[in-house]
Design a protein around this ligand. Structure first.
Ligand SMILES: [Mg+2]
Length: 136
């Protein structure tokens, strides 16, 4: 099984959890790949090392090297090429483009709740989170 991890908004939301998860998965024989929109490969490798993230492959974004390909389509294509089974990513625009065979897992915080209209009560009390205090 291949597990894909996004950095910004996913790994960096809880590096300790993702370090434990990546180390455990790799130790158990699973493949872990990091797929990020970051263009700065050095900052990505430095951060992953500092957080203790274990992975087999790091894929960074390059608009020029990728021929101007749409970022979201590029991430989808890379997941397909790398045979990712599960992708952890904070961006719903990434996850909604994944083919059904790839399970998308999204870290959700209050920023996402607000984006979806669930976090501030503006959609009424019938929503699961009608205020930030309800979710804490
Ligand atoms: Mg992200």
């Amino acid at each position: 099984m291949v597990i894909g991890l996004d950095i910004d908004g996913a790994i960096n939301r809880h590096p300790q959890f993702f370090a434990f998860m990546s180390q455990t998965l790799m130790q158990a024989g699973y493949e872990v790949v990091v797929i990020t929109f970051r263009e700065d490969r050095a900052s990505a490798t430095d951060d992953l090392a500092a957080w203790g993230i274990r992975y087999g492959q790091l894929v960074t974004w390059s608009f020029q090297a990728d021929g101007g390909e749409d970022m979201y389509a590029g991430k989808d294509r890379r997941c397909h090429t790398l045979r990712v089974d599960i992708l952890f990513d904070d961006d719903p625009l990434v996850l909604c483009r994944l083919p059904p065979a790839i399970l998308g897992m999204m870290p959700v915080d209050h920023q996402i709740h607000d984006w979806a209209g669930l976090g501030d009560g503006r959609d009424g009390p019938d929503k699961r989170c009608s205020s930030r205090t309800d979710c804490q």
